[in-house]
Write a protein that binds this ligand. Structure first.
Ligand SMILES: [Zn+2]
Length: 300
């Protein structure tokens, strides 16, 4: 039976279970056709996983589409989003970033893909060349095709570099990492979270150049030994995060005040709050820590 995940912006329909909030797969009635992209709001997914512990979805639906087709659970329709205090059949739309730390990598990948495709589909209703309306690719390719000039519009991803910069503590020699507090994280001092230097790759730029430029713009220091580590798709808005390591060379930190409120080198054994488990920033920081046998398992 075809099943579907339901999204609303960056949130996902979940049910409250003993394990906390878990994504829900709704059974789709046979009468509902989601073949191709002909119905805006539904995205067919490739997913052949058999493991019952993981999400098995064949489609992703927008909340508006699900509501229009009477697919949403009753409590969401009647009680809205205030189901958080209920148990049993409690449903709510939960933010993607709250869910990923306790889902499997395969489920996170599926959610990520669904979110990006749904947003792309809803944002691609007209031809960007001639303004005519578009339709789904007739052969099921992931493209929206202009009915007038035949322009094919494909989902886009935006490359974004993120860098863990390290040095020895000038006084003790202990390993240090550069952490910055971004304005977008908010100013609540109790939960003040720090992250790594990151930014979008610009047109005509290599990834390594983007790393050097972003670090120069945001904290004005010189780095060397830039090396790629790993990548992670991130659906807000539609990024491919490319994780790098680099070594500090020289220069005093001067922050770019429009984006940052603070940046400094911290001993890895004594850091403030860092990004959550499941993010590439966390992975990069944990990699540095592991190389120096510092345990971050219980670090906030
Ligand atoms: Zn066109």
């Amino acid at each position: 039976m075809p099943t579907a995940l339901v999204f609303d912006a960056d949130t996902l329909l979940c049910r409250h279970t003993k394990l906390g909030w878990q994504p829900v797969c709704l059974d789709l009635p046979e009468s509902l056709s989601i073949e191709g992209y002909e119905t805006l709001g539904a995205v067919p997914l490739a997913n052949d996983k058999q493991d019952t512990q993981t999400i098995i979805a064949t489609a992703a639906l927008s909340r508006a589409f699900s509501k229009a087709h009477h697919l949403l659970p009753h409590s969401i329709v009647t009680a809205g989003d205030n189901a958080r205090d209920e148990y049993g059949d409690a449903y709510a739309f939960i933010a993607y970033r709250e869910l990923i730390s306790h889902l499997s990598a395969a489920d996170v990948a599926l959610l990520n893909q669904s979110l990006q495709l749904l947003r792309w589909q809803s944002d691609t209703q007209f031809c960007s060349r001639c303004g005519h309306s578009v339709h789904a690719h007739p052969a099921g390719e992931r493209a929206m095709v202009c009915g007038s000039c035949n322009l094919h519009q494909y989902p886009r991803i935006q490359p974004c570099v993120i860098t863990a910069i390290t040095r020895p503590n000038p006084e003790t020699g202990a390993i240090q990492i550069l952490l910055a507090h971004h304005r977008r994280y908010g100013q609540n001092s109790q939960f003040k979270r720090y992250g790594l230097i990151a930014g979008f790759v610009e047109v005509g730029e290599s990834l390594e150049h983007a790393v050097v430029r972003e670090v120069g713009e945001e904290v004005a220091i010189e780095i060397t030994d830039i090396r790629y580590v790993s990548s992670q798709p991130w659906p807000f808005p539609s990024n491919l995060m490319l994780g790098f390591r680099a070594t500090y060379v020289k220069g005093d930190i001067v922050i770019e005040e429009e984006e940052l409120t603070e940046a400094a080198f911290f001993d890895v054994s004594d850091m403030p709050q860092i990004p959550p488990v499941g993010s590439i920033a966390r992975d990069l920081i944990e990699q540095v820590a592991a190389e120096h046998t510092i345990d971050l398992r219980h670090h906030p």
